[in-house]
Design a protein around this ligand. Sequence first.
Ligand SMILES: *[C@@H]1O[C@H](CO)[C@@H](O)[C@H](O)[C@H]1NC(C)=O
Ligand SMILES: *[C@@H]1O[C@H](CO)[C@@H](O)[C@H](O)[C@H]1NC(C)=O
Ligand SMILES: *[C@@H]1O[C@H](CO)[C@@H](O)[C@H](O)[C@H]1NC(C)=O
Length: 323
Amino acid sequence: MNPSEKSPFLFVYRLIIFLILILLVFYGIYSLDNRTKLEISVKTVEKKEDRIVSPFTHTLGFIRWNSAFVNRIPLMERYRPFFYELHYSIPNYATKLNLTVDGLVSISFPYKMVSETMTIILKERPEINGILFFHFDAWINPFKFHDMNFENIWFLDGPLPPFRCVTTTAGWDWWAWTNGLHNIAKKATEMVAKNYSNRYVTDSNVFCGGWSDIYYIPRRFFKAFIELADIFHRADSFHEVATPTIMNIIDLTYRLTPHHSVITRLGDCWGSCCASGAQPVDIKYKRCGHRMDLNNQEVTKTFLELLNSQLVFMNKTILNKPT
Ligand SMILES: *[C@@H]1O[C@H](CO)[C@@H](O)[C@H](O)[C@H]1NC(C)=O
Ligand SMILES: *[C@@H]1O[C@H](CO)[C@@H](O)[C@H](O)[C@H]1NC(C)=O
Ligand SMILES: *[C@@H]1O[C@H](CO)[C@@H](O)[C@H](O)[C@H]1NC(C)=O
């Protein structure tokens, strides 16, 4: 081999190594710079917490009645200062859905009204970052949600029905399964797979059940929820099966690994789908619950006192906290 031919190659080789080194140095500087930026933004957020604001400042509170107890509206109005906006979903209360009302009669599809409200928010309300759905006879203790992840879905994790995703109804005694509602959810999931094969991760053998009287969905999943709710609603899927199954499809699609989840399970809410008898002490100390008996004056009084006692602190700047 001629050594005079070899040297240009050696030169190019060295040049490439040199360029790679330069790139590595720049990349190092760039990522260090980004890390500093990240630290700065975290600090700003911490500082803002001096002023007491409701955790739901950018949340729409979606309150559902299955029976038109409009006499409970004044009580629900007490939530208003804690939320960006309230939506009342009451049978025959309105002829047309808009951001703040709907008149859904059926008890089976409140999730469809939630999804239609999301469509309006995506079009018209960039300030709203999420929807908290709850029944009027559930209770929400606003300040106790200050440490939640508002970029995650929240779904109840309670005794009846438990939030579980399964491939068989064996060992799960529940009226919805004896009525074949899992087959409807499986059919809907098949339709999702067919229509959105590249968009959603699905397993049409899997269906879920779960207590669906309180849940939160962040804006980043609105589009997915709208598309999925549309298919489940067309299939006539019942909300305590449809809602958790939809949440699970979103989780399968967006989670990083099977060991991660975009769903935060709310395991400390009092009660279940069908519980009653919450005591004033439950309403006072639990983050949330269902149901509260609003005919019980002690219960109603405790609930009002709770909201009022938090309202006193709203917009106040709290000084002299140790850092
Ligand atoms: C929604 O419709 C109701 C009448 O059903 C009306 O009173 C209300 O102002 C409307 N809200 C919005 C945000 O358009
Ligand atoms: C299927 O997906 C498209 C968008 O990709 C949508 O417009 C259409 O309504 C969907 N069909 C069903 C049955 O949901
Ligand atoms: C808190 O301040 C905002 C404006 O920053 C105001 O709109 C809201 O009414 C205040 N809330 C209370 C409870 O004082």
